[in-house]
Design a protein around this ligand. Structure first.
Ligand SMILES: [Zn+2]
Length: 487
């Protein structure tokens, strides 16, 4: 009897091992066979100076509802007019809501579907008391040590001036597009984009414009960030998570703290927050995160490839690994993060009211109602009030089609200009202006080919934001090639 069991077990084991091996060996690269192109000539000094000049203009978004420095935005417009003369001679330019800009480069054929490249001209402020930590002052636009330094170098004046340098180059080169190309530059992305990109999108919609695709900021070329992949990974965002803010409020009887009730409102809020942290939303490994692995697995070691190619057996292991770091955890679940807490007025007074703010980032497929009912379940305090925060919530975006011809074109473009990278679709945990255009676009891509290593991520919105001159010229070459390929 035992012998038969053992024999049966051995057969099952051999079959499992065989299936795992076959699945692993069947994984083949999804990278395209693309020849790299000879880099076009770019005057590095001149383009770096232009970007440095853009950084010197303090186009800061202070915060929703706060006034902006009008003169800086007007100077920014004038800077564009003087530095990109061919663009302004050839493309039509509209000013939307005083500060945002929409350029139209009319195509020669009326049946080609237009495309739109988006960027924002505003930047985040410098956090109080951090100015002195910068190697070079954030608004001086210093070029040193092979880098252009300052606020907006990465997020995202390098994209805005980069695409204009590309168009200037192409016009000078005699290029004329067959399909219409829009360049949409919002002025308030850092405060949600309601007056910039949202209004540009509305205008295009009213003109019945249908876009084949949009390209905006989002993911980048990472080096040493994606575990298991040695080559730099160019991640193209096919979707972005949604964002909402929720407020928990506990109210109770006040009184003197010498005769306290067993639980005060501060205690109940504390308990609720702890329960939310201890009971995250369930994981869901879905599109487009699954595609990230399909594209990257063939580039990984045998063992990692075996795990990804055999999710029927190893899904738990993969999820376990992804949950272990904050960046990958954000790709597989809706996150609910307590970010603010308030309550109490005096040391010896039982507080009547306490509250907490939760920042919710929704995975494609999840909605806010689901997150609220999860919170209600885990908090298990029916008297706790949950309401929506002051900011309007947005659902996760649609997931763009990785099988589309525009994704294939983007994939090819990246490999032509960056022959050292592997390309993969990805999910963006943050938000971009792209979501405003998704109703009028077949697909929305979120990608700017900045090369970032593990220590660079904190520079975005942080101290010592910078981009290397060589990477900046690569960005310009990328836009030139993209516009050429999508002619
Ligand atoms: Zn940005």
């Amino acid at each position: 009897m035992f012998g038969k069991l053992l024999a049966g077990f051995m057969v099952v084991l051999i079959v499992v091992v065989a299936v795992v091996l076959i699945n692993t060996l069947r994984v083949s690269s999804l990278q395209k066979d693309v020849a790299s192109i000879k880099p076009i000539d770019i005057d590095e000094e001149q383009v770096a100076n232009h970007l440095a000049e853009a950084i010197r203009l303090e186009t800061v978004s202070q915060g929703a509802g706060l006034p902006i420095k009008e003169s800086e935005f007007s100077r920014f417009h004038r800077f564009l007019l003087t530095r990109f003369p061919l663009v302004h001679k050839t493309l039509s330019r509209e000013v939307i809501n005083n500060y945002s800009l929409l350029y139209t480069w009319e195509g020669s054929e009326s049946d080609g579907k237009p495309i739109l490249i988006a960027a924002h001209m505003d930047v985040v402020p410098i956090e109080d008391d951090t100015q002195a930590n910068w190697t070079y002052p954030p608004f001086e636009g210093v070029i040193a040590d092979g880098y252009i330094w300052g606020r907006g170098a990465m997020d995202m004046k390098s994209s805005l001036t980069g695409v204009l340098e590309a168009v200037e180059y192409l016009i000078n080169d005699g290029f004329a597009p067959t399909r219409t190309i829009y360049l949409a530059f919002g002025h308030d992305e850092e405060v949600g984009g309601p007056n910039g990109a949202a209004q540009i999108a509305k205008l295009l919609k009213s003109r019945n414009v249908r876009l084949e695709f949009t390209l905006d900021e989002g993911l980048v070329i990472t080096k040493g960030i994606v575990p298991g992949v040695d080559k730099p990974a160019a991640l193209i965002g096919l979707a972005e998570k949604g964002l909402a803010s929720l407020r928990l409020t506990a109210t109770g009887k006040g009184g003197h703290s010498s005769m306290p009730p067993p639980h005060t409102s501060v205690g109940r809020i504390g308990r609720a927050v702890a329960r939310i942290e201890d009971n995250p939303m369930p994981t869901s490994l879905a599109l487009p995160a699954t595609q990230t692995f399909e594209y990257l697995a063939p580039e990984m070691s045998f063992l990692k490839r075996a795990i990804i190619a055999n999710r029927w057996l190893f899904n738990w292991l993969l999820v376990c690994k992804l949950e272990a770091t904050a960046a990958t955890n954000a790709l597989i679940r809706t996150t609910i993060t307590p970010t603010m807490i308030n309550g109490g007025v005096k040391e010896n007074v039982v507080p009547q009211k306490a509250s907490a703010t939760l920042n919710v980032r929704l995975l494609p497929g999840d909605d806010l109602d689901g997150a609220v009912s999860h919170i209600k379940d885990v908090v298990d305090d029916p008297k706790l009030k949950i309401d929506h925060g002051s900011k309007p919530a947005s659902d996760a975006s649609k997931v763009s089609d990785e099988k589309s011809s525009s994704f294939a074109m983007l994939h090819k473009t990246v490999l032509q200009v960056f022959p050292d990278v592997v390309v993969a679709p990805g999910l963006l945990a943050g938000r971009t202006d792209s979501r405003y255009y998704q109703d009028i676009a077949e697909n929305s891509y979120r990608f700017l080919p900045m090369r970032l290593g593990p220590t660079d991520l904190k520079r975005i919105h942080g101290t010592d934001e910078r981009i290397s001159v060589s990477n900046y010229t690569e960005i310009i070459r990328f836009y030139v090639q993209l516009l050429t390929n999508s002619k």
